[in-house]
Design a protein around this ligand. Structure first.
Ligand code: GSH
Length: 214
C-alpha cells in the first residue's frame, strides 16, 4: 500500500493527502517531520515533506506526486484528458507554487516564533505583486480554476492560498485571496466537501498539538 510520509501541519502534505482521498486511493499515513538528518535525507533528498513511498520507490515534490498519482490511478481524474489542457492545469499549479506559495512561505516564521527580515518581506511582496496578476491572467474561476470541473489545481490552490493568505495577512495586512476573483467562492465550495473537512480537521488537531508542545 502507498505510504504518505509527512505531517498534517504541512500544506504540501495536505495537498497530496486530499488528492488521494478524492481519488479513492488506499494509503497509510506515516508521521515524519522535516529534518536534515542523514536518515531523512536518504528518503527525501531535501529533507522536506511530503514524500510518497510506492512499491517502485520514493517520490518527493507535491506536484510531481500528483502527476504520478494521476497516471497510476486514472479512475477518478483530476487533470483533463487533452494533452494541452492537462499542461494548462500543470501551468496553473506551477505558477501558484513558484510565484505565490513560495514567496509567502518565506514569511511564515511567525508561526514558529521566528523573526522575518525586512529584506525577505520586500522580496516576497515583489514576487507576489507579479505572481497574483500572473495567476489572474491564467484563470477565470467559474466555479473552479479550470472551469466547471474540479482539478488538482483547485486542491493545490486551496492549501497553498490558506497558508499564503495567513502569512500575507499577518505580515502586510494583505488579503491575497480577495485579489483573485472567484477564488474565495472556489475555496468555499471545496471546504463544503467531507474530504476537505477531514483534512482540515486533522490539520487543526496537528496545529493544536504543536502549540501545546511549545
Ligand atoms: N517543493 C516542495 C515543498 C515541500 C515543503 O516545503 N515542505 C515543508 C513543510 S510544508 C518542509 O518540509 N519544510 C522543511 C524545509 O524546508 O526544510 C513540495 O512541493 O513538496
Amino acid at each position: 500500500m502507498l505510504k504518505l510520509h509527512g505531517f498534517a501541519i504541512s500544506n504540501y502534505y495536505n495537498i497530496v493527502k486530499h488528492v488521494m482521498l478524492i481519488k479513492g486511493i488506499a494509503f497509510e499515513e506515516v508521521f515524519a517531520p522535516p529534518s536534515q538528518e542523514p536518515e531523512m535525507l536518504a528518503l527525501s533528498p531535501m529533507g522536506k515533506v511530503p514524500f510518497l513511498e510506492t512499491e517502485s520507490g520514493i517520490l518527493t515534490e507535491a506536484s510531481v506526486i500528483l502527476e504520478y498519482l494521476e497516471e497510476a490511478y486514472p479512475e477518478v481524474p483530476l487533470y483533463p484528458a487533452d494533452a494541452f489542457e492537462r499542461a494548462r492545469v500543470k501551468q496553473i499549479i506551477k505558477t501558484i507554487e513558484l510565484y505565490i506559495e513560495s514567496p509567502a512561505h518565506d514569511l511564515i516564521g511567525f508561526l514558529f516564533g521566528r523573526e522575518v527580515s525586512d529584506l525577505t518581506k520586500e522580496n516576497s511582496a515583489t514576487m507576489l505583486d507579479r505572481g497574483i496578476p500572473a495567476l489572474n491572467r491564467l484563470v477565470t474561476i467559474s466555479p473552479y480554476l479550470f472551469g466547471d470541473t474540479l482539478t488538482a489545481a483547485d486542491v493545490f490552490a486551496l492549501y497553498a492560498f490558506k497558508l499564503a493568505n495567513n502569512a500575507t495577512k499577518v505580515t502586510y495586512g494583505r488579503d491575497i485571496v480577495a485579489e483573485v476573483p472567484g477564488l474565495n467562492g472556489m475555496m468555499d465550495l471545496l471546504e463544503a466537501r467531507e474530504d476537505t473537512q477531514k483534512v482540515l480537521d486533522e490539520n487543526r488537531a496537528a496545529l493544536k498539538m504543536m502549540q501545546a508542545a511549545k
